[in-house]
Each structure stands twice: as C-alpha cells, then as structure tokens.
Design a protein around this ligand. Structure first.
Ligand code: NAI
Length: 321
C-alpha cells in the first residue's frame, strides 16, 4: 500500500486561496496536517476592490473541518508579497511551500487592449509570483527545503484570442520556473508549473455547463500536493491537469537541418529549399528528435554544427548546399 503523503509540520502559503482552485488546495493541505496561510485580496475577476471575507471563510472552514490552525492574509501579491510570507513566519515560524495561484483576467483583443489591462495582468500573475518567491527564497535556502508551484495556463502555452496579456504572463512563469528550478536544485528547492483547467469563476462564463461539470478543482489538487511533498524529487517540469487527466509537457526539437557551415549556405533560399527538413519531427540516422531541458542542450547543438567539416556531404540531415 502506498504511503500517505503527510504535510504535518509544514507551512504552506497559497495566494488567491479564498476561492476556486486555491481554496481546494488549502483544504487538502490542511487535511494532511499543514498549517496554511490563506492569502486572498478578495477582489473581482478583473482585480478591482478587496474584501477580507474570501480568506476568512476558507480559514474558518479549515479550522472547523480539520481542527488545525490556518492564517488569513489579505495583501495583494503585487503590493506586499513579503507581508504574505511574514504572516507565515509570524504565525507558524517557517515557510515550506508556496503556491503562486492568485490571478485576474482582463481579456480583450490585442487591437483593443489598453496598457492598463496588459500591465495589471502581468503584474498579478508574473510579478506577483516573482515577489512572493523572492520573499520565500532566503528561508528555503537556509532550511535546504522549499517547494514552489507556479500556475500557468493553456492560454500561456498555446495562446488564446483576447488573452495576449494573460498568455504573456503565464508563459513568463514557465521561463521563471525553469530558472528557479536550476538555481534551487542544490538547496532541495523544487519548482514546477501546472497548467490546469477547472471550474471556477474564471471559467464558468466561458465553458459550457456540460463540460464544466467534469472540471472539478478537486481533480487538480492531487498533483499540486504531490509536487510539494518532501519525498517528491520532481522539478523543472510542466504538468497539464484537467478533468482527471494528468500529463507532463516538454519541449521538443525537430530533427532539424544542419547546413554546411560555409557563408554561401546561409541564405533565405536555402531555408526555403530545406524547410520540410527544418520542421521535421521524425528521427533521422544522424539527427534525432530531442527534448532539451537546459542551456547545455542548446550549446550542444551549436557545437554539433561547428564540428562539421566545411564540405560535409549530406548524410541524412547534413546538407552541403
Ligand atoms: P479564481 O478567480 O476563483 O481565483 C483567483 C483568486 O485570486 C481569487 O480568489 C482572487 O480574489 C485572487 N486574487 C486576484 N488578484 C489577487 C492579488 N493581487 N493578490 C491576492 N489574491 C488575488 O480563479 P481560479 O480559476 O481558481 O484561478 C486560480 C489560478 O489558476 C489563476 O492563476 C488562474 O489564472 C489559473 N488558471 C485557472 C484555470 C481554470 O481553468 N480555472 C485555467 C488556467 C489557469
């Protein structure tokens, strides 16, 4: 029988935990023994206004159902992320896990998008995650333990009409996470991204009810908890989660085309000529499709091209033009 994943004596900070996905995470962590800081500004979907009630209700629910201490925090991740971490320190003496989950939407077509809509969305999702991570990082390093989950979106990975602001912020979180994962590795700080799809006020007006009924946020929480457990070594990864489907996303590099490294090779016409090879995702004898995860995987590519003799003849993917 698989061992229970307990969070006893762990302190978990969840932003935007007054509703939607964040609330479900908060309940699940508390059920498994964690002290949770329930942060929520309590504003509208567009980020206007504030209300302490959202966080207070979740804290009351945790105390009532699981008889464990939880703390409310009402700061905006954009204005006082350090204060959110300070709540964890003041109330529970440590911070072990941060879930960057707070979010707003201010959709409009790119042609009509105002600067304020772009900047405020990037500010909450990307800058907010940066600020909270920055505040927690020194504690993680000192205790040689930390877990970070950043919340990306399908709109970030693939783009979506009306969401240039949101897509930019969410994809920004992927690059942010990939670097923090590398920097945190030696201190046992794991950093991962999730790409959820779930029923919440964010989706209930855009996804039809018959699909929404399958998108319980409770189906997202198990992966978030797994990624944050002390026994989990997974880092530097992106997971798609929806309706009970769990999968990992990774980068894929085509088998590609190496041109003979002579100045005459590097022309737009050569690209046109070899286009189908450049975008070919099948393995070839000398060039395999690959899945890069770090900068050295990129550097290896350059080294490979540079090592070719000036007039290499086409052996599979190596072309002399
Ligand atoms: P939600 O609107 O129910 O939850 C977001 C929470 O963040 C709200 O309670 C809100 O008050 C809080 N919040 C907003 N701005 C804040 C700020 N500046 N400081 C602190 N709290 C703030 O929406 P949902 O769906 O639960 O979203 C959670 C996260 O998941 C968001 O980052 C969202 O972009 C992301 N996401 C959700 C998807 C879904 O299908 N529901 C799909 C992809 C991503």
């Amino acid at each position: 029988m698989t061992e229970d994943l307990s969070f006893k004596n762990r302190v978990v900070v969840i932003t935007g935990a007054g509703g939607g996905l964040g609330r479900v995470y908060a309940l699940e962590f508390a059920k498994r023994g964690a002290n949770v800081v329930v942060n929520d500004l309590g504003g509208s979907l567009g980020g206007q206004g504030h209300n302490a009630r959202a966080a207070d209700v979740v804290v009351a629910e945790i105390k009532d159902r699981f008889k464990i201490e939880a703390a409310a925090n009402y700061d905006s991740v954009t204005d006082n992320a350090a204060g959110i971490v300070q709540t964890a320190i003041d109330r529970f003496g440590r911070v072990d896990v941060i879930i960057n989950n707070a979010g707003i939407l201010r959709d409009s077509s790119f042609a009509k998008m105002q600067d304020a809509a772009f900047e405020s969305v990037v500010d909450v999702h990307l800058n907010g995650a940066y600020k909270l991570s920055k505040a927690a990082w020194p504690y993680f390093r000192r205790q040689n333990f930390g877990r970070v989950v950043n919340t990306c979106s399908p709109a970030g990975l693939y783009g979506n009409f009306g969401q240039a602001n949101y897509s930019a912020a969410k994809m920004g979180l992927v690059g942010f996470s990939e670097t923090l994962a590398k920097e945190g590795y030696k201190n046992n700080i794991n950093v991962n991204c999730i790409v959820p799809l779930a029923r919440s006020r964010m989706t209930e007006s855009i996804i039809p009810p018959h699909i929404l009924k399958n998108l319980a946020p409770e189906k997202i929480a198990p992966m978030v908890l797994y990624l944050c457990h002390e026994s989990t070594k997974v880092t530097n990864s992106i997971f798609e989660l929806a309706a009970g489907f769990y999968s990992q996303i990774r980068w894929e590099r085509s088998s590609g085309q190496i041109f003979n490294p002579s100045p005459e090779s590097f022309t737009a016409e050569a690209i046109l000529d070899k286009w189908s090879s450049i975008v070919d995702y099948t393995d070839k004898p000398f060039n395999k499709v690959s899945h890069p995860i770090q900068l050295s995987d990129y550097n290896a590519l350059i080294a490979k091209a540079r090592q070719l003799p000036a007039n290499s003849q086409g052996s599979g993917r190596i072309e002399s033009l």
